[in-house]
Write a protein that binds this ligand. Sequence first.
Ligand SMILES: Cc1cc2nc3c(=O)[nH]c(=O)nc-3n(C[C@H](O)[C@H](O)[C@H](O)COP(=O)(O)OP(=O)(O)OC[C@H]3O[C@@H](n4cnc5c(N)ncnc54)[C@H](O)[C@@H]3O)c2cc1C
Length: 396
Amino acid sequence: MQLALNAQQTRFREEIHGFLATQLPADIAEKVRLSRGVGKDDVACWTRILNRQGWAAPNWPEEHGGTGWSLIQRHVFDVECRAAHAPVLSGFGFNMVGPAIIKYGSEALQKRFLPQILNADLWWCQGYSEPEAGSDLASLRTTAVRSGDDYIVNGQKIWTSGAETADWIFCLVRTDAKVQKQKGISFLLIDLESKGITIEPLYAFNGKRLWNQVFLDDVRVPVANRLGEEDRGWTVAKSLLGDERLMVSRVAENKRMFGIIREVLLAEADSGVDLENRAMRKKLAELEIRLSALEMTSLRLLSAADEGGQIGAEPSMLKLKGSELVQAMDELLFEAVGHWVLPLDATTAADGNRAGVGPDYAEFVASGHYHHRGYTIAGGSSEVQHNIIAKEVLGL
Ligand SMILES: Cc1cc2nc3c(=O)[nH]c(=O)nc-3n(C[C@H](O)[C@H](O)[C@H](O)COP(=O)(O)OP(=O)(O)OC[C@H]3O[C@@H](n4cnc5c(N)ncnc54)[C@H](O)[C@@H]3O)c2cc1C
């Protein structure tokens, strides 16, 4: 087990650092630093820069445009990118449907979609959740019935992030209602321009369009757009994340936030919440200890996996602790600069870009605080993670 970077990994980190210093556009990094609205164009621009370098999809196999990096190298890359305030690439394309197409897609699907994902020419969203199927996802009721070379799809998806800007959606649909519920599900790739699709917005309490409802009414989907065998979509969904399930710690994101908190507290030196304030220092130290523990646990699992070890349900610990830590960071930031945020919450402006009344570092605080509440729900709620850890890790 290895918990510190060796000489080769340190050189790798320096290479990434140098690349970011020269190639990451300053205007985009500034928007990310302040959590201003980072648009699709910004993310596409950065994706294309990384793609030219061959670094857009570190998690993909090399023959499909990946890097061949170890998990530790990918971790280092993530930490450096976050620290430089690089925008995060589309997780739906790069971490979810891309790897699934690589593993389960026909050659035709691979040739068609993978280059488009790598170059940010095609954007995806995820159609899993339904009104009665969230944590218990296998209860989903959207149906797909064969009609010649097509499926006819009917149903409703909910909490679909980014559907308003996506081109395609990957969906779990029911193809057999008579068998055990996990066994009658298939995995379809659906063009959002298809006739019969309606997308309606869902707004979060801060006024932002965070999700959508996607209604599918007699939508024709070619059978050729299925990943994996019919009725075996649950297997595709379970394997969807592959190694990605190890990359759920949010260490890079937490490190970035911790750095920002330090800067904010130093800048607030006269306000009584600064680093000279003992209570504040104690809270900051507690966060740093939690962050170190999270990083050590993450590196322990990543290096074990790099050495060929089998990892079970332990990543649930990373998901749980990483998402909770982001929220704790938000709380301390809010405590430190909430007085700047409250008079005008710049983030509730429709475009998310209106300037606030305080220093620029305070502008994003409410936005982050609200947005990150979803971290302990999306991707498996904390309660569900507790259940998994109790059963699979602790054997209770
Ligand atoms: C920010 C955000 C983005 C999202 N984006 C997408 C997306 O793009 N695509 C998509 O398909 N979905 C998306 N989701 C939906 C997400 O996957 C679901 O919200 C999640 O699976 C929980 O389902 P639910 O909301 O139906 O809650 P429920 O499953 O109904 O859970 C309600 C409450 O009960 C608890 N609970 C449920 N089961 C158990 C249990 N067995 N033991 C103990 N407690 C339990 C939960 O923890 C929760 O507190 C997103 C959610 C959020 C918050």
